[in-house]
Design a protein around this ligand. Sequence first.
Ligand SMILES: *Cc1c(COP(=O)(O)O)cnc(C)c1O
Length: 402
Amino acid sequence: MLKLDFHPSGRHFLQIPGPSPVPDRILRAMSLPTIDHRGPEFGALGLEILAKIKKVFKTENPVVIYPASGTGAWEAALANTLSPGDKVLMFETGHFATLWHKMALRLGVEPEFIGLPGYEGWRHGVQADMIEARLEEDRDHEIQAVCVVHNETSTGVTSDIAAVRRAIDAAGHPALLLVDTISGLASADYHHDEWGVDVTISGSQKGLMLPPGMSFNAVSDKAIAASRTASLPKSFWAWDEILEANKNGYWPYTPNTNLLYGLNESLDMLFDEGLEHVLARHQRWAAGVRQAVHAWGLDIQCQDPAVYSPVLTGVVMPENIDADDVRKIIYERFDLSLGTGLGKAKGKMFRIGHLGDCNDLTLVATLGGCEAGMKLAGVPLKGSGVVAAMDYFAEHPLPSVK
Ligand SMILES: *Cc1c(COP(=O)(O)O)cnc(C)c1O
């Protein structure tokens, strides 16, 4: 027997920071019949997508597309560029940085995990000076790669990737720069070429507004050169055969055809609107949501306003309240999903996603669900966040940039 209250009327509010709500236009594009992945139509589609996707990463170099979640593209980045026992410098910004570190250990490289201490460390972005100092100590250039997360989805904190590039250069160090922007791409400003990133990792289900199941490696010439000698085992993830097949718009194995239809539609939507407009839209939503948090009298997880995430906002609960109890009430009463606190932030905060197929009013409704649920959970609120966000959105029309 289906429980009726599991199927409420209207749309579920999927306000977790990925998977994000998928626009109907993309769902419709994905519903077209699956075609022959070796046929001529497919090759034309592949070439079109492979050309267009570069513009989102802001690169002239190839972007490898995998039929895998973001985690697969993490593994691909490490497996293609590193050899067993290689030293890697990773920075602990939050839960996703921690998972990537765990993966590096399992793959048999030697990651060194640096960062600011404790839970408080998860309230700031990458400290480029710490990376510079560590690389300067590494006189023999044993460290092969620096790995950082651009938009730490567990906390709502971004990191200054250009500053990390400057730190590596200031230390005169040849390490590769590997960056996870799985949740940042197409929502937070990102420049693969300009920032001198060697491998950028991303995924489909966040800023690209697609369902989960597809992920990316944007690669520099230096990364491709490294992949020719790197000796971690790789086959499915190996760039060489994929790049070769991609020249004609194909893949060495069956790609996820219908997700590629969706990606093509997503890229059209992003470019029709204008990428800069898309980025400004996310900044504005994030600012409105922060107004709400301030009005509630609550704390934002990110402690450094310069690196507030445009993608999501972490809302810290008072000491004596379990954030997951609040989330549960909000889910059960208002059919609204919010992100849970992960790792060191478990129980301390919840996350509001403001990415994907949203608009001002879906966010006002989301904040309404948060506000009503927090009241039910006994969270003392100073004022109305909903009103503050409505006022912010009303007073700050989105400028037309293209
Ligand atoms: C979502 C996410 C991941 C994991 O991606 P999956 O698609 O769940 O494998 C890794 N890093 C960041 C920053 C993410 O947001």
